[in-house]
Design a protein around this ligand. Sequence first.
Ligand code: ADP
Length: 622
Amino acid sequence: MAASLVFRLHDRGPQVVREVLLERGWEEYDQEEREAEDWNLYWRGSAFRNSEYHNLLPWQRLNHHPKTVGITRKDCLARNLRRMRATFGSALYDFSPTAFILPNDYTRFLSEYSSLRVTRGPSAYWICKPVDLSRGRGIFIFEDIKDLVYDCPVIVQRYISKPLLISGYKCDLRIYACVKSFHPLTVYIHQEGLVRFATEKYNLSSLRNLYAHLTNTSINKLGPFYKAAKERVGQGCKWTMSKFRHFLQSQDINKLLLWQRINNIVTLTLLAIAPSVPSCPNCVELFGFDILVDAALKPWLLEVNYSPALTLDCQADITVKRGLVGDLIDLMNYTLVDSLRERAYRRHGFKRLCFRANRPLHVPTPPLLPKVKEIKCQKRRSGGRPSQTLPLIKTLRQPEKRNQKQSRRHAPVAEYQRHLPPVDSNHIHAVNQTHRDTTLKLIFGPCSRTNASVVSRHMCPALAPRLTGNRSLRGSEVTNHDDTDSEAEAEHPGVADASSTRDSTHRALGFRRPKSPNIHSGTHGPVRVERTKVLNGRHVPPLRVGDFIRTFPFNAATLRASRQDLDVKMVLRELHQLTAQLATPGERWRREEETTGGEEDLDALLWGPKDPPLLSQCFKPT
Ligand code: ADP
């Protein structure tokens, strides 16, 4: 009998994740009832321990990739974007307000401040934010340097003083981006984000009034006008993205261009860390990108939230976040039940054998002795019937006796490959090309359907030193997460040094291709769901899943660029071209085959209420 899917929530939250999963027939993990490894999805607001990545089993997923602090902490983000701007130019990397990390950058800040004072007089504004706090805590805005007082590491950023105002109220956008994988980079953006409003009218003569200048819900819900019916904005302080799109439409604003610019920001930001994030195919992550649109309709990145709040404060939250979580689960492509976990668990004492399926061939096979815990557990599951562990182990070991060399290569794998998710064949090819290591070739070559999605020290020696954290963060080095359910921080990943050379061995880990997609089709438009397809032998992630739209890769060139060693220059060129075309209405879209030598189209979807148009449809010659 196949097992129900099991989720595990750290610190009892977030509640909406629990509700959505229970509605779909999942069971909640209970440590009194279940073995430590008996779960499919572990969700936590704070970072996972290094050991949790190392010990992942094939059926287990985590909701954070390792080492993403390079964008989720304000100072790391500023540093990484500065580096990208220096390397690739400011033509594309011009979306984050100039920032200084104090106290280190104090002299540079002083010189910028002084020169602006000379050119612009006192009308340049700055915002000071503690690097390791979130939800608006510790933030203030200033004009005169004498008001800059800080007692912890902060970033001082140019204040976007002319924001887009709706009936006089400032707002910003919370964009939900899901990184399905960093290797290859695969990004989805949810159509239904949130718009968060300040609750008092914007006014530069009252910089201390946080209800007018900050759009954090945690601040504004405490303000005197939170419940008041504000002109056009209404009650509360949030809109859904659909409502915002209607607003844009009513103002005759080119919303497709705005959307594409926001997509660019998300992609360009992720490119800053993608090469340095270790590959962990069993991780999926939802980031919250905070985007401020200015009066000239230019979007600016304010920050990236590691663990965007999933609390349901108002109707807009309910509409957006329930759908978001549902779509995220769909994006993970779970089947309804997990026979893999159950079978491995019941029959073989799962932990050892799952690792063994991926064991490098030169590592001697350890004796397979059942653990007392496993036998106990199997008894419990089989209602007290005698354990099956011993006979099965015996069967499994017999071929080893007959032909030890051959059985090491095939027998354990053959036993398992029926149950393990297949590896993307293109990725295997990439692995074989990139890594001369014969051990990996032996594993991926003859056993091309072997699961390679376990992050283990055996399989991923390069990951071990990175994750065991010779540069672990101190307790105070937290990332931006506005998840009010998970304020208590546990442990944090080491600072992602995006400038460090990537040890490409981590890419040896496979790419989990969906088994049978469990995508809800809902009542939506014709392009609502697209199943995984293969383009010239390469796996192409679905175009959309629920309201998640694939924004990267967005064409055949970026699909190629995302493979093997991420070709950042090529991606930047494509982004630049696409944005230029969107910015020039009426220009004929250069079809994929023109740019990529006749390959099948790999199109992207644009923004739309429910049925967004395909890019190619927008630019088709009339
Ligand atoms: P936190 O992590 O504390 O939420 P943010 O960087 O998101 O910090 O800033 C909080 C709020 O302050 C934003 O939602 C936005 O309204 C405002 N804000 C932040 N940076 C800027 C900026 N550079 N220009 C204008 N407003 C800003």
